[in-house]
Design a protein around this ligand. Sequence first.
Ligand code: NAD
Ligand code: WQD
Length: 345
Amino acid sequence: MKILLTGGAGFIGSHTAVALIENGFEPIIVDDFRNSEPFVIKNIEKIVGKKITSYSSDIGNKEEVKNILQKENPIGVIHFAADKAVNESVVNPMKYYQNNVLNLINFLEVIDIAKINSFVFSSSCTVYGVPDKIPVKETASIKPAFSPYGYTKQVGERILNDFFKSLPSSSLTLLRYFNPIGAHPSGLIGELPIGVPSNLVPYITQTAIGKRKKLTVFGKDYDTKDGTCIRDYIHVVDLANAHVASLKKGLESKDSIKVFNVGTGKGASVLDVITAFEKVSKHDLNYGFGPRRAGDVPKIYSDNTLIKHELDWDAKFSLEDCLEHSWNWEKNLIKFKYKSAKKQD
Ligand code: NAD
Ligand code: WQD
């Protein structure tokens, strides 16, 4: 059973390709490698021990995508392809509306939805803004987003909801990821941040390996147990498995629209992450405190009851597993030549 993965060479897409194969599906990757590297495909092949079908195409290119769909005839789609840097979206919002919204529409215009029985979309906990209640449930209200990136996820959800409501023969699953971290336990695939990372975990591993001098913890006076922000860090392999579970459920039910949080249901502070990293890496991390970062939500973690109940999914990896795998990946990266490595500052 063929499943089209847009953005399948990226961080979450590559791990999902592996999980799909482990579950008997055949992933077809469409990625123009704007934020990933062709070596990722080779490394997926090393993990699973077989060839992967992949196309280097922009999903906004209707002609190319139409040809791929006609040739491959997938029965499901997982749509990862998007730009994801929150700060960049503030500086260059049109890039984000173009790729995350317009290219989504272009893509929907060419897929023959009658043949796509299950469609899974990468959404984000960013759609909740500052939640009124924690842990946050899927029924929480959608709040004003902090960035154009956040709006593209809200609008993407809206477009897909309306589109699938008009097509009662296909199912849609919107997955709202919390904070994906970690890497494949093999050390062969992981996150490839371009330039200076804005996310916590790649900043930690790059500091420990010597690419960065010091980690700045943004704020120490939040109303939390240790004064630093709380997040729900989810291992990327657990997240990948949530895609497989969603896809399968969608194939069974055919005409449903579902929204799931994908998180561990547990909050960890920035200092918890640093402590766990120091333990597994046996490194003293060079860090200090700085002012709060604009736009940071003080505290958010998921209520994951719904996905546990409806998809029989649960997070298996601990925070320490996540950091151990991220650290292995950082140490391995030196072996792979990739373009983003040249843009470290
Ligand atoms: P990523 O950048 O590693 O992967 C995205 C992939 O899509 C890249 O390989 C990129 O080359 C490709 N791509 C982008 N635009 C494309 C286009 N027009 N045509 C073809 N390929 C294109 O990002 P990721 O972390 O794997 O994120 C995947 C999805 O999950 C994104 O939609 C992102 O917004 C969403 N998400 C990510 C996070 C996170 O923290 N990583 C959290 C919540 C949601
Ligand atoms: C985590 C915590 C920082 C860097 C972002 C997006 C969100 C989603 C996931 C896509 C915060 C602190 C960070 C550093 C620090 N992505 N931090 N020093 O902001 O929760 O979420 O990624 O949908 O939309 O906004 O993740 O990893 O940037 O930050 O102290 O150098 O680490 O303040 O408390 P965030 P993050």
